[in-house]
Design a protein around this ligand. Structure first.
Ligand SMILES: Cc1cc2nc3c(=O)[nH]c(=O)nc-3n(C[C@H](O)[C@H](O)[C@H](O)COP(=O)(O)O)c2cc1C
Length: 191
């Protein structure tokens, strides 16, 4: 598959099957993704990995902690919450990415952007090997309980989780905004 095809054909996978994901493969893909991001300074981002059933349960518990304790969450029937929990716990692997908060906004933005670049390359490299992923930044998971649970340090920013698994069927593509609609040509001033 050419790179252009890979970019075009990769889809977010919201339903994966139970085939286990090899931790070694995840590390290999991360290593390759970093190589595609030559300007990433070491220390500007890091990853927390959850791959065992116990780790996945711990992760999902802290993801859903706020929701299950909120007024709204308490209205959700326990069974429904369990179904929701199971859906996430059954996902074979999760890569949680955090970037370093620098001394100024520019450094923060660069570190965050670098981490996002690595995540996208990682998704593409994974797709090439039959792995599907969902990049998760839902507001529902962005709370102190979750940040503590994943061990986010004071000088770190949560970037996103990639939920990873093999899939049976890729969904259809969503419509893209044509690049021309995001295009402005800056003209020189006539004198
Ligand atoms: C920065 C970023 C954050 C995202 N956060 C979420 C999210 O919180 N929940 C979700 O369902 N999808 C999330 N996605 C996945 C997008 O919704 C997905 O890319 C979009 O549906 C297009 O589908 P495709 O990846 O199959 O082309 C995120 C994607 C990116 C790049």
């Amino acid at each position: 598959m050419s790179l252009a095809e890979l970019i075009r054909e990769r889809r977010s996978i919201r339903k994966c099957n139970s085939t286990p994901v090899d931790q070694e493969l995840v590390v290999e893909l991360l290593r390759k993704a970093i190589r595609l991001q030559p300007f990433v300074e070491s220390g500007s981002w890091r990853v927390v990995y959850a791959g065992t059933p116990e780790a996945r349960k711990r992760l999902v518990d802290c993801m859903l902690e706020q929701m299950s304790q909120s007024k709204l969450g308490k209205l959700i029937p326990g069974k429904l919450l369990d179904v929701f929990k199971k859906r996430f716990t059954d996902i074979p692997a999760h890569v949680i990415v955090m970037s370093t908060v620098g001394p100024n906004r520019l450094t923060n933005d660069r570190n965050y952007a670098a981490a996002c670049g690595v995540m996208q390359s990682f998704q593409l490299l994974g797709w090439e090997r039959g792995l599907g992923m969902l990049w998760d930044t839902e507001s529902m998971i962005q709370h102190e309980g979750f940040f503590n649970g994943i061990g986010l340090c004071e000088d770190e920013r949560f970037v996103g989780i990639l939920h990873i698994g093999y899939y049976d069927k890729a969904p259809r593509s969503r419509k893209r905004t044509p690049a021309e609609q995001k295009w402005t040509v800056l003209r020189g001033q006539s004198t």
